[in-house]
Write a protein that binds this ligand. Structure first.
Ligand SMILES: Nc1ncnc2c1ncn2[C@@H]1O[C@H](COP(=O)(O)OP(=O)(O)OP(=O)(O)O)[C@@H](O)[C@H]1O
Length: 579
């Protein structure tokens, strides 16, 4: 149960809603029991009174019938209030759970989330949280209501006769504790497996939907459909097993309610015969006890699914308890300007092959300089870019900005100083305008168009039927690779930073557009620092320094012309790259 503790703490801010929800739930149950018990008593007492003409005349029909109506009204009103309050509590919990989860996973991105598939994360944030929010509605609230009712009904029966109260408590405890523990034992593993099967099914379904086009091209869609069906059948099998446990639990609850009523009746008959109370009270006791069992009915169901709830909690904690790959200082340094330097930086990805993606890399980029980092695929260029924006921190060595270690900057300082347009920058399923406004929510029309001009995308957007309000599609599906790249660049250009790290910005552009693009880019970023990561040689002449990397190491540096003269490896590389 330890896995549920962190979530119980989240319930605290909604405690009043929970309390009042449970209070009205209890009031509804008391009214329900009162209604049935009083009706039973009323019918029996009226029947007894009808046997004698004198008693029939004296019998007070009005007070009990008013009581029956009163209980009926109280039950309806109580149920309404209970539903409103408990649903409000549940929705508040749901919202706080989602916000809590999101706040925990945000600092993990991107490093800490790489090992999770997107469908799996989606499943955790939606289904696991939904499962957990039932903890209050299905477990805590019914337990509180059942305890309250056991105290109220038991005290009333004790007043009639202690033996009746003891019988009631005995069967009520069996139904409220023993059956839940039994079905919890039976349903624990099934619930866990159900949650895992459901998560696997959702993850596979999301992945197959995302890769549907490729699956069809390679004729793998039938195989994948069969895999989905298999997962679905596994889930159905668990659901069927759980349904059997539910059936058993319902049967046991009905049996215990019946046994409680019959036992209490047998104990009450001699008391009625001894005139401890009148005969009509037999109906009140029997119907009343039967009605109280309505309060314990949801408990076995909740305990049966406790395994599922615990598995949901475990799956959420599995993500949130991961330490972020980077943390930001509480007392950041004030200065965030100057030259950007890498001093003997080495780095290896956790969970990767173990080989270092960067080995002992040292370089310096002066304030306002334009440098290029060039090298073959897999040489570590993007890794270097990721370290500059602190997606990861170096394993050894140091990165400094002016006199400060990058690790001394607050997240806000860092994001307002250095920006990265990576190869994997995301285009949101929204309009062009909304995609641009992500970087600068208050940018006006003119600024948006200026950024598009700089990214060489303005003509294209102007030609679209809805201009800036054209839908970009899922992941930019309505754009070509080059257009998508320029859109993310235009977005970055809206952010007023001093250091730009652009990872392959000209990828996907034709040679002429590449040249134009580089010219406009250098123009737009005049006076700002640019670190251009590329394996395309267009525009390298305009760079102050070119760093050439291979296999995670810095091989040589200098101007493009110098390197062409002095480095055979650089020459071979640029020739192969199309120079
Ligand atoms: N998240 C990761 N986990 C493990 N290894 C990784 C990860 N990202 C990159 N690598 C590895 O690190 C090495 C350097 O990759 P990197 O992406 O930095 O190369 P690159 O020079 O940018 O290549 P490209 O030009 O193809 O983008 C590669 O061997 C790659 O397999």
């Amino acid at each position: 149960m330890r896995e549920l503790l962190p979530f119980v703490r989240l319930f605290w801010p909604s405690r009043l809603w929970i309390f009042w929800g449970a209070f009205f739930g209890l009031a509804t149950m008391v009214a329900s029991v009162g209604l049935l018990a009083l009706s039973g008593w009323f019918l029996s007492a009226a029947a007894f009174a009808g046997l004698s003409v004198i008693s029939a005349r004296e019998f007070n029909f009005f007070t009990p019938s008013a009581g029956v109506r009163g209980f009926a009204i109280l039950r309806t009103g109580g149920r309404y209030a209970e539903r409103i309050l408990s649903h409000e509590a549940t929705f508040r919990l749901l919202a706080s759970l989602r916000v809590w989860f999101y706040q925990r996973i945000e600092p993990l991105a991107p490093a800490g989330l790489l090992r999770h598939r997107s469908g799996d994360l989606l499943s955790r944030i939606v289904t696991d949280i939904d499962t957990l929010d039932g903890l209050f509605l299905r477990v805590i609230s019914p337990l509180l209501i059942a305890l309250g009712l056991a105290a109220i009904a038991g005290t009333f029966l004790w007043w009639l006769s202690p033996v009746l109260a003891l019988i009631f408590w005995f069967f009520f405890a069996l139904a409220g504790l023993l059956v839940p523990l039994l079905v919890r034992h039976m349903g624990n593993q099934i619930g866990r497996t159900m949650q895992q099967c459901g998560a696997r099914l959702r993850t596979a379904a999301v992945e197959d939907m995302q890769g549907m086009a490729d699956l069809m091209v390679y004729g793998a869609d039938t195989r994948h459909r069969a895999r989905l069906l298999e997962e679905s059948e596994r889930l159905l099998m668990q659901q069927e097993r759980m349904a059997r446990v539910s059936g058993l639990s319902s049967a046991l609850m009905t049996l215990l309610a019946g046994l409680a009523a019959v036992s209490a009746l047998f104990a009450a008959i001699p008391l009625a015969q001894q005139s401890v109370f009148d005969g009509a009270m037999l109906a009140l006791i029997t119907f009343g006890i039967l009605a109280t069992f309505e309060a314990v009915l949801p408990i076995p169901h909740a305990f049966q699914f406790l395994g599922k709830t615990r598995e949901a909690a475990r799956r959420l904690l599995e993500v949130t308890e991961v330490e972020p790959a980077v943390t930001f200082p509480e007392n950041p340094c004030r200065e965030a300007a100057g030259a950007l330097c890498l001093k003997s930086v080495s780095f290896a990805y956790a969970g990767g092959s173990g080989a270092e993606a960067l080995r002992d890399v040292s370089l310096s980029v002066a304030d306002g300089a334009k440098v290029a980092i060039v090298g073959p695929s897999g040489s570590g260029k993007s890794t270097l870019a990721h370290l500059l924006v602190r997606f990861w921190d170096p394993r050894s060595g140091q990165i400094t900005l002016g006199d400060s270690d990058l690790r001394q900057l607050s997240e806000e300082q860092l994001r307002n100083t250095i920006t990265l347009v990576s190869q994997k920058s995301h285009i949101f399923c929204a309009t062009m305008r909304e995609n641009l406004l992500i970087a600068a929510p208050h940018a006006d029309e003119q600024q948006l168009w200026q950024a598009l001009e700089q990214a060489q995308l303005a003509d294209f957007v102007r030609g679209l039927p809805e201009g800036l309000d054209t839908w970009a599609g899922e992941g930019g599906a309505r754009l070509s690779g080059g257009q998508a790249r320029r859109l993310v660049l235009a977005r970055a250009l809206l952010k007023n930073v001093s250091i730009w790290v652009l990872d392959e910005p000209t990828e996907g552009l034709d040679a002429v557009t590449q040249q134009q693009f580089m010219a406009t880019l250098l123009d737009s970023l005049a006076g700002q620092t640019l670190i251009l990561i590329t394996h395309i040689t267009a525009g390298l002449e305009a760079m102050d320094t070119v760093y050439f990397m291979e296999d995670g190491q810095l091989i040589c540096s200098g101007s493009h012309r110098q390197l062409l003269r002095t480095s055979e490896r650089y020459r071979v590389f640029t020739n192969c790259a199309g120079d």
